[in-house]
Design a protein around this ligand. Structure first.
Ligand code: B12
Length: 282
C-alpha cells in the first residue's frame, strides 16, 4: 500500500463505436484500486451519460486528480483528436500539479509517432499492457520518484520523445484483480436502464463511490440529484439540465476556447472552489 493514496481519473474518449466499455481502463482501475488509490473512470465514449464530453471532463476535474490517464482506443483520428482536446483541457485547468498520461492501442501501435502528436499535452505515453506500468507511474509520481526510463513508456526530453524498453507481458493474469467496471460513470446508469430503475448519482463525498452498487460519480452540485430514467438520454441532453456553453469535441468547434475560458477566469492560486465556480458558470 503506498504511503499516500492518490486520486486517479481515467478517461475514455469518444470513438467510432460508442457505448462500449473500455476493458483496458477497467483493468487498470482494478489494479489501482487494489493498491489503495481512488479511481474514477470518465466514460466519454458513452452516450448514456448526459452532458457534452468537455463539460463532463471539466466537471470531473473539480475532483483535482493527481494523475489523469486517457485511453486511445481504437487508433483513429477521432480518438487522437479527442485525446489532444482532453489533455489540453486538463493542462489548462490543473496545470503541472496533475500528471497527464496517454495509453492504449493508439499508443501501442506507434509509440513514438503518437507521442510526437501528443507533445506538450501528455507528460508520458504508455505502450503495451498498462496495469503495472501505470501503477508504477502513479506511485512514483506520488512518492516523488523519477519518471524517466519506466519500462513501457515514452517520455519527452526537450520535447523529443524517448522510448524506454518494452515491459514484458504479465504472465499470470489470474494474479490481477477483477476489472473495476463500477468505477465508470456510465455503468450505474446502464444497470439502472436495464433494470428500469431511476438512477441516482451518489453525492460527491459519498463514501460508496466506486465501491460497488450503482457507480458513477456526483458532479459537484449535481450529486444526489436524480440523473436519469433509462432510455431518455441517448446522445442528447437531459431535460432541465443546464448545459455548459462548452463546445463539443467533434463538429469542428475548438475546446481550446473552453480551456482558455477556464484559465482566464481562474485566479493564479486557484483552489477547488474557484475551479468549481468557473466551470459552473460556463
Ligand atoms: C475485445 C475487443 C473489443 C471489444 C471490447 C473493446 C473495449 N472497449 O475494450 C469490442 C467488441 C467492444 C471491441 C470493439 C471495437 N474494436 Co476491438 N478489440 C478487442 C480485442 C480482441 C481485445 C481488446 C482487449 O480487450 N484487450 C484487453 C484489454 C485489457 O487491453 P487493452 O484494451 O489493449 O488495454 C490495455 C492497454 O492498451 C493499456 N491501456 C489502454 N488504455 C490505457 C490508458 C492509459 C492511461 C494507460 C496507461 C494504458 C492503457 O493498458 C490496458 C491494460 O493492459 C482487440 C484485439 C487485441 N488482441 O487486442 C481488438 C481491437 C483492439 N479492436 C479494434 C477495433 C478496430 C474495434 C472497433 C473500432 C471495431 C468497430 N469498428 O466498431 C470497436 C471500438 C470499440 C470502442 N471504442 O470501445 C482493433 C483496433 C485497431 C486500431 N487500429 O486501433 C483491434 C486491435 C482488433 C484488430 N486487430 O483490428 N473490441
Amino acid at each position: 500500500m503506498p504511503e499516500s493514496r492518490g486520486r486517479v481519473l481515467l478517461v475514455d474518449l469518444p470513438s467510432v463505436s460508442p457505448n462500449e466499455i473500455n476493458v483496458g481502463l477497467a483493468a487498470i482501475a482494478g489494479v489501482l484500486r487494489q493498491k489503495g488509490h481512488d479511481v474514477r473512470v470518465l466514460d466519454l465514449n458513452s452516450l448514456h451519460v448526459p452532458g457534452k464530453p468537455m463539460s463532463r471532463l471539466a466537471q470531473a476535474l473539480q475532483w483535482q486528480p493527481d494523475v489523469v490517464g486517457v485511453s486511445l482506443f481504437p487508433a483513429c483520428n477521432i480518438t487522437l483528436d479527442g485525446a489532444r482536446d482532453a489533455l489540453g483541457v486538463v493542462r489548462e485547468t490543473l496545470g503541472d500539479k496533475t500528471l497527464r498520461v496517454a495509453g492504449g492501442v493508439g499508443v501501442s501501435l506507434t509509440p513514438v509517432g503518437t507521442a510526437r502528436k501528443l507533445r506538450g499535452l501528455a507528460d508520458l505515453c504508455v505502450y503495451g499492457e498498462g496495469e503495472i506500468t501505470f501503477a508504477e507511474i502513479v506511485e512514483k509520481r506520488l512518492g516523488g520518484g523519477s519518471l524517466s526510463g519506466i519500462p513501457g513508456t515514452v517520455r519527452f526530453d526537450n520535447d523529443a520523445p524517448v522510448q524506454a524498453e518494452w515491459r514484458p507481458f504479465i504472465k499470470d493474469l489470474d494474479a490481477l484483480p477483477w476489472p473495476a467496471y463500477d468505477a465508470f460513470d456510465s455503468v450505474g446508469e446502464k444497470i439502472a436502464e436495464y433494470l428500469g430503475l431511476e438512477y441516482q448519482k451518489p453525492a460527491e463525498d459519498d463514501g460508496g463511490f466506486g465501491g460497488g452498487g450503482f457507480g458513477g460519480f456526483g458532479g459537484g452540485e449535481q450529486g444526489g440529484e436524480p440523473q436519469a430514467e433509462g432510455g431518455e438520454q441517448e446522445g442528447g441532453e437531459q431535460e432541465g439540465q443546464e448545459e455548459a456553453a462548452a463546445p463539443a469535441m467533434s463538429g469542428g468547434s475548438s475546446t481550446d476556447d473552453m480551456a482558455s475560458a477556464i484559465v482566464d477566469a481562474l485566479p493564479p492560486s486557484a483552489d477547488e472552489q474557484d475551479v468549481r465556480s468557473v466551470v459552473e458558470a460556463l
